[in-house]
Design a protein around this ligand. Structure first.
Ligand SMILES: O=C(O)CCC(=O)C(=O)O
Ligand SMILES: [Fe+2]
Length: 327
């Protein structure tokens, strides 16, 4: 985690977006072929929204694959493409389950999708193998307000690609964004306990915006824009995923098969550059076990066994993060 943020011990925590925003997000489809205008919109507002950007067949396939996984948990009926909730709760941590691995890469790597994402990134993209599959039941999980950049080292190198796989009207719990509030770096409150909720005072109430999202719409969030989701008040499961893309020529976050580990280094096999060795130190964020739990650097050789594939994030020759692949 980064060490930046604010210190406001007396502030009120901003945990949820607790009112449905009246402000609408704007479509950027007309800017897609104008990189300068796209960048200007992103820098001014802290997001980009594209309607109907991803190939419809690729969305249907991803939808059916995600629904099949959650049907296996009894959350929806098998074969129901609408995602109607059965009443069975979504188990904690399901969004990072290995059962989803591969769905995000098949979606992003569809040739049509790679072509449009290249326009967003400005170069050939590849997936960051860390996709979150959000299947949120009515009355269940709601994404708390956060800035991605506070929690993910190396995020400056990626562009998020968030999409919904089924219709996501605001009452189903869409993402809300504090438009234009990304300009002050991290505003997570280090004077409060983890997860250091943002002070309510720092986000103007009237900056919040949302919209009704449709399958294949893409939302690109700035690393420091505060965002969260609205509660799901329908009888349907919300089914969305957040992926991140990066330069295919010089990926900084990649799946790496572990070949050898010492107390201060890791040697891995990569698709793009063969065998590489990275230093590992106290500042390496090690997160190879249970979701949400950082592990001690001193245990590196016990935690990481050769033969396993991990997500490695690098800064030059140094590993800044080691975590489970959830692509
Ligand atoms: O989908 C959500 O509820 C939140 C998405 C999010 O936090 C993200 O894409 O960074
Ligand atoms: Fe986020």
């Amino acid at each position: 985690m980064s060490d930046h943020g604010v210190r406001m011990p007396d502030a009120t925590d901003l945990v949820y977006v607790d009112r449905v925003p009246q402000r609408e997000l704007e479509s950027c489809n007309h800017l897609l072929d104008d990189p300068a205008a796209l960048n200007a919109f992103y820098e001014a507002n802290g997001y980009l929204l594209f309607r109907n950007l991803l190939n419809p067949d690729s969305i249907v396939r991803a939808r059916d694959e995600v629904l099949a996984v959650i049907a296996g948990h009894g959350i929806v009926e098998p074969g129901d493409p609408t995602g109607k909730w059965t009443g069975k709760p979504v188990p904690y941590g399901l969004e990072w389950s290995d059962d989803f691995v591969g769905i995000g890469s098949r979606l992003i790597e569809h040739p049509d999708n790679l072509a449009v994402i290249e326009k967003l990134l400005g170069e050939k993209p590849c997936l960051v193998p860390n996709v979150q599959y959000r299947t949120y039941a009515p009355g269940g999980m709601v994404t708390k307000v956060h800035q991605d950049g506070h929690f993910s080292p190396g995020i400056e190198d990626y562009k998020p690609v968030w999409t919904t796989l089924t219709p996501l009207p605001r009452e189903k719990g869409g993402v809300a964004i504090a438009v234009g509030q990304h300009k002050n770096g991290s505003i997570h409150n280090l004077a409060r306990p983890a997860p250091f909720f943002i002070p309510r005072e720092l986000v103007p109430e009237d900056s919040w915006a949302t919209t009704d999202y449709h399958p294949g719409d893409v939302l690109v969030l700035h690393g420091y824009v505060p965002h969260g989701s609205l509660p799901n008040t329908t009888d349907m499961v919300r089914v969305s995923l957040d992926a991140r893309v990066q330069s295919a020529a010089y990926p900084t976050a990649f799946g790496a098969k572990v070949k050898a580990v010492t107390p201060t280094s890791i040697t891995v096999d990569t698709d793009f550059s063969g065998e590489l060795t990275f230093s590992v130190a106290e500042d390496t964020f090690i997160h190879v076990g249970e979701p949400g739990i950082r592990q001690p650097f001193e245990k590196l050789t016990e935690l990481v066994e050769p033969g396993r594939t991990l997500l490695l994030v690098r800064d030059g020759e140094h590993a800044t993060m080691l975590r489970r692949v959830t692509g």
